[in-house]
Design a protein around this ligand. Structure first.
Ligand SMILES: Cc1cc2nc3c(=O)[nH]c(=O)nc-3n(C[C@H](O)[C@H](O)[C@H](O)COP(=O)(O)OP(=O)(O)OC[C@H]3O[C@@H](n4cnc5c(N)ncnc54)[C@H](O)[C@@H]3O)c2cc1C
Length: 190
């Protein structure tokens, strides 16, 4: 069983996967490559002078994989609730069980609507519908969280990536039973 499964490998989902895997959580990413980020060019991603969307996504995949996150390239078509877990069904690659699921599906809210996550109108251009989440990123469905564009944050990669990290930290903290932080310390030169 996975600790955290993330549907969507855009900046929100990849950032969530990086934090989850780096925290030692068994992490799964499911993505069907229909996101908006691969069409973008970035000159407003903090800390990066300029980068293409495809390069940003590729680096994100490598970062998450470095800490053990597994990627399944397929469409998630359903999420079924169990007693203490959720089962994510994919179109062609079978089913996967996880303790928590983070939806990071960008403008696509089809899966969330199908499983009964409440929605509301989006506020930014071309974002028609977003999911109802609380300040931690929780939907009203137990163990189902949402991050990034689908969770209604401003549709900019530095923000969606930050939101993915935020929600992952909240899930990790819930799993650990105490607040989690991930700080690496610069070693003093010898
Ligand atoms: C042309 C263009 C230019 C842009 N330029 C900029 C810019 O200069 N600066 C900036 O900050 N932002 C820019 N953006 C916006 C930026 O791309 C987004 O804010 C951000 O990347 C969205 O991240 P996300 O992770 O929420 O969604 P996405 O990157 O869209 O990722 C969502 C992922 O979820 C997957 N998914 C959805 N449903 C399923 C499912 N059922 N099963 C499996 N996978 C699923 C999709 O395939 C996709 O990979 C631009 C966008 C566009 C379109």
């Amino acid at each position: 069983m996975y600790d955290i499964a993330i549907v969507g490998a855009g900046p929100a989902g990849l950032s969530a996967a990086l934090f989850a895997a780096k925290a030692g959580k068994k992490t799964l990413l499911i993505d069907n490559d229909k996101g908006m980020t691969k069409r973008a060019w970035f000159e407003n991603f903090y800390g990066v002078l300029e980068i293409s969307g495809p390069d940003l996504l590729e680096i994100g995949r490598k970062q998450a994989a470095k800490f053990g996150a597994e990627l399944v390239e397929d469409k998630a078509v359903n999420i079924v609730k169990g007693t203490d877990s959720l089962t994510i069904e994919t179109e062609a690659k079978g089913s996967f069980e996880a303790k928590h699921v983070i939806l990071a599906t960008g403008v696509i809210v089809e899966l969330a609507e199908q499983i009964g996550v409440e929605t509301k109108p989006g506020t930014e251009p071309r974002i028609k519908t977003v999911l109802q989440v609380d300040q931690d990123g929780k939907t009203k469905i137990d163990r189902v969280w949402a991050a990034g564009t689908c969770a209604g944050v401003s549709v900019h990669a530095t923000i969606t990536a930050g939101d993915g990290a935020k929600v992952a930290i909240n899930v990790i903290s819930e799993l650990n039973g105490e607040r989690y932080v991930d700080h690496d310390v610069l070693q003093a030169p010898k």
